[in-house]
Design a protein around this ligand. Structure first.
Ligand code: CDP
Length: 226
């Protein structure tokens, strides 16, 4: 059977990760959370006390950094994120990392390294990648492209619930501010900004359940595979 590339892009907290993970499980595909890779780089910047605005220092640091996504196997996955050989899967979700990840992700040298790695992982197809620039830059020829959207308030509520489950308490107002600021930086940067690829299908998830989102994408994928 044909193994396709599925690209899922969209703004912060639009539900890409949980959706992509389930789509990958249903199809027996690999799931690549590219945001996790940029978050790992941001964690390194924090650990080295480099200012998130110091692009030259970040570019240099990126040359001495290894970021890997480790998954058990296609289909049944527990994805681990490794920074320089050590697991950082939980740490990269902290608000401290979230607050600096967008400026770090504007640095062209950081993007070049991540994109190279992502293309290598996806070269054989059978993969679901989620991020900001998958359909536009990383895999512009992906067979299926989805652009996921949701109302900012709803995205903030979802993120609050997710963080609450990890005992991190932040108000919806504060989260909405952070999410909108990240969207602004991600959409306005000059290198591979967040935008919908012309041939992407727009999926507004404001009033959809995760199951409905997953079903929609899996159905589209099966139409292409068959
Ligand atoms: O899960 P959430 O929506 O909060 O964000 P994420 O997917 O973990 O991505 C974190 C940040 O990484 C984004 O705000 C972008 O600045 C950056 N990113 C990017 O520049 N390109 C990607 N392909 C994925 C993420």
């Amino acid at each position: 059977m044909k193994k396709i590339i599925i690209a899922i892009d969209g703004p912060a907290a639009s539900g890409k990760s949980s959706t992509a993970k389930l789509v990958a499980e249903k199809l027996g595909y690999l799931h690549i959370d590219t945001g996790a890779m940029y978050r790992a780089m941001a964690l390194k910047v924090l650990r080295h006390n480099v200012s998130p605005e110091n692009s030259a220092a970040i570019a240099l640091l990126a040359q001495q950094t290894s970021v890997r996504l480790i998954s058990n196997s296609r289909g049944v996955q527990k994805v681990k994120v490794e920074l320089d050989g050590k697991e950082v899967s939980e740490e990269i979700r902290s608000p401290k990392v979230t607050n600096i990840v967008s400026p770090v992700s504007t640095v062209p040298e950081v993007r070049a390294l991540m994109v190279k790695e992502q293309r290598a992982m996806g070269s054989e197809g059978g993969i679901v990648l989620e991020g900001r620039d998958i359909g536009t830059v990383v895999f512009p020829k992906a067979e299926l492209k989805i652009f996921m959207l949701a109302d900012a308030r709803e995205r903030s509520r979802r993120r609050q619930k997710e963080l609450g489950e990890k005992n991190v308490s932040i108000s919806v107002d504060e989260l909405e501010k952070e999410i909108l600021e990240r969207d602004r930086i991600d959409s306005q940067r000059s290198v591979s900004p967040l935008r919908k690829a012309e041939d992407a299908i727009e999926l507004d998830t404001t009033h959809l359940s995760i199951e409905e989102q997953v079903e929609f994408i899996v159905k589209k994928a099966k139409e292409i595979i068959q």
